[in-house]
Design a protein around this ligand. Sequence first.
Ligand SMILES: *Cc1c(COP(=O)(O)O)cnc(C)c1O
Length: 430
Amino acid sequence: MRYFSLNYNSKNTLFQDAVKKGLAPDRGLYFPERIPKLSKSFFDGIDKMSIPEMAYRVIKPYIGNQIFKDKLMEIVSETLDFDFPIIEITNDIGALELFHGPTLAFKDVGARFMARALGHLNETSKEKITVLVATSGDTGGAVANGFLGIKGINVIILYPKGKISEIQEKQLTTLGQNITAMKVDGVFDDCQEMVKTAFLDPALSEVNLTSANSINIARWLPQMFYYFIAYRSLKSKNKKLVFSVPSGNFGNICAGIMAQQMGLPIDHFIASTNVNDAVPRYLETGAYYPKPTLQTISNAMDVGNPSNFVRIQKIFNNDLVKMKKILSGFRFTDQDTKKAMKEIHKISGYVADPHGAVGYLGLKEYFLNQKENLYGVFLETAHPSKFLDSVNQTLNLEVQIPNRLKETLSRNKFSIPIKDYSELRDYLLN
Ligand SMILES: *Cc1c(COP(=O)(O)O)cnc(C)c1O
């Protein structure tokens, strides 16, 4: 399998090179030259396969021989070494919990896969790799945790100062070793822009930079795994499946759509956003015009200009009619979100975090017009304790903090404040 740049101005390249580069030299995102199809026998036997076996068969065509079978099996087994339960909220709505990994958000899956794959691909090389990553909240912690102690790789995490939760900040500023955190005077899009600029900066040509955002194919593609895991446990319902994905940078939902294009029987996707609604507006009007980022209580989705949107457009070959058959989009305010958290709690006793609640709202909106034999899944993308203040205040309760998080909270934060790109460059050159 080769990967091409969605700016169409770079050479096609193999998995290893695309992962090490992160972004193509022309600043485009890499995309596989074809989307492999899984066989009918794969889906017929899916509930009899182990999860690692299933994941191996999903990701294998994207990697070819660049990672050998035993190693790749080991990587997927370690990556998926926790539970992905679906909790019933109503008869036709379930919450797919993606937060049972070490940093309590779905990004653990992509980050753990990428850290292991990149560590392995760089094992025999003498060159050090620097992973540069921008975070709207949860990526930083997942990437820090995934890469901690991996030889030959340094990680620099940029996060918007004062715009992520205390717990998120602790998760990315307290590990030390090969992990460095920088707090940027700005919003997430400023952080993301700095990362993109660094990649193209000729002054940094000697530094081997890559990205651990979902623009990197090794972060993005493994996110397909839990759509397959969910299908595997819902198959016996014999209902049409609809997935609502709380979306910010659109890597997660784009991975789901890829899984569907590989043959996974998912009927429809819903992009559920907060007021940062570039994609729902596009689906409505056919015009894509990003706006500056607004701050919300679902902060990991505070993205004004989602990077992965170009990949979604590519999947549908820029055909809006085709796209709308598979994808709907809805936006919700903080007020809607809080109301939904209360509603979910009232009808089921379930404590949803603000991101999951946005996903729930998207399903409800979609169900208004069609209800025929459907089962809706919203992705519970993070544990409610990661957004402690807004969850406790909204639901008037005290969320239990899992032990693995308590330990992180007891540590001291350390980060380097930066104001603009030149400070990042100076740091990278030293
Ligand atoms: C990152 C994140 C999202 C958004 O995911 P994208 O892939 O960027 O669309 C949603 N919820 C939580 C909790 C997140 O951490």
